[in-house]
Design a protein around this ligand. Structure first.
Ligand SMILES: [Zn+2]
Length: 287
């Protein structure tokens, strides 16, 4: 059983993730900057310990989001964040864009912390299929990689980690005016759908058929599993979005106008009559 879970989001995961986020940002203000001989990019790095978890971080400094994305792509697998459950160790590779933490920074931390906590609770089990999928992710055939990707999104612990990642993204970026369906476009869900569509469209390819069979599935069962996993991922993300919206309500235009009007009224009053409107109580509430 997970404690303090509301709308599929664990407060424990979020509290520790935010602590790590703050601490890394604080450290970065005092750490020495270096210019990488390897990539010519400015960076700093360090180690912190939060709640008995050791976190190595490496932060790059880039000017635009385009540069940042290209740079991370170039780093490839070395740039992947990484968790060693038994040693309670996490590696975070991220950065600043024009001085602000990259939009996926808190999300990446939350993804890894969620895995770690699930592992602590004995809920994250390394199953054979998971290992086979992870191996296939590195296959030379793009078709096989896509099949593996699809199954990757069906594991319960990945779904939970992606949901926390999404919620953390909302907390960091606070995109209050955006609808849920727009926000999905900025989430891992978009990638999941892309891989699913690709495999569906190419299901007659030799490598696709082979990959599905190698992982022990019939086509029908494979598509069913992925389809329902994506539904589950979307539902849980929606719950996270609902929670976020409750915590960060948007004041309606009408309400904002009223507040402004009230303020103006007070101001006008002071100017015209030299006195404020006084506090009152409606008579129906007086007794
Ligand atoms: Zn993961």
């Amino acid at each position: 059983m997970r404690l303090n879970e509301y709308k599929n989001i664990s407060d424990d995961v979020m509290d520790v993730s935010k602590k790590i986020y703050q601490e890394i940002l604080q450290q970065c203000e005092t750490l020495k900057l270096y210019k990488s001989r390897f990539s010519n990019t400015v960076y700093n790095e360090g180690t912190i310990t939060v709640n008995n978890i050791t976190i190595d971080f490496l932060m790059y400094y880039l000017d635009t989001i385009g540069e940042y994305n290209r740079f991370m792509e170039m780093l490839g697998r070395d740039a992947n964040s990484y968790t060693d459950y038994d040693n309670r160790y996490i590696k975070i590779v991220s950065g600043f864009i024009a001085g602000y933490p990259s939009p996926d920074f808190l999300g990446n931390i939350a993804h890894e912390i969620n895995h770690l906590f699930e592992y602590d609770n004995g809920r994250e089990k390394r199953v054979d299929l998971y290992n086979a999928v992870k191996k296939m992710l590195n296959d030379n055939s793009y078709d096989k990689q896509c099949v593996a990707r699809c199954l990757y999104y069906t594991f319960q612990h990945e779904i939970d980690a992606f949901v926390h990642q999404f919620y953390a993204f909302l907390c960091q970026e606070n995109p209050r005016q955006m609808s849920f369906s727009d926000l999905l476009q900025y989430s891992e869900y978009k990638n999941a759908v892309m891989y699913y569509d690709y495999v569906k469209a190419n299901q007659m390819n030799k490598d696709v058929i082979e990959a599905i069979n190698d992982l022990g599935y019939s086509k029908r069962k494979f598509f069913k599993r992925v389809h329902f996993a994506l539904k589950k991922l979307e539902n849980k993300m929606h719950n996270a979005y609902v929670r976020y919206s409750h915590e960060n309500p948007i004041l309606s235009d009408w309400y904002i106008r009223r507040l402004l009007k009230q303020e103006n009224l007070l101001q006008e009053d002071i100017e015209r009559f030299g006195e404020k409107i006084e506090w009152g109580t409606e008579s129906i509430f007086e007794f």
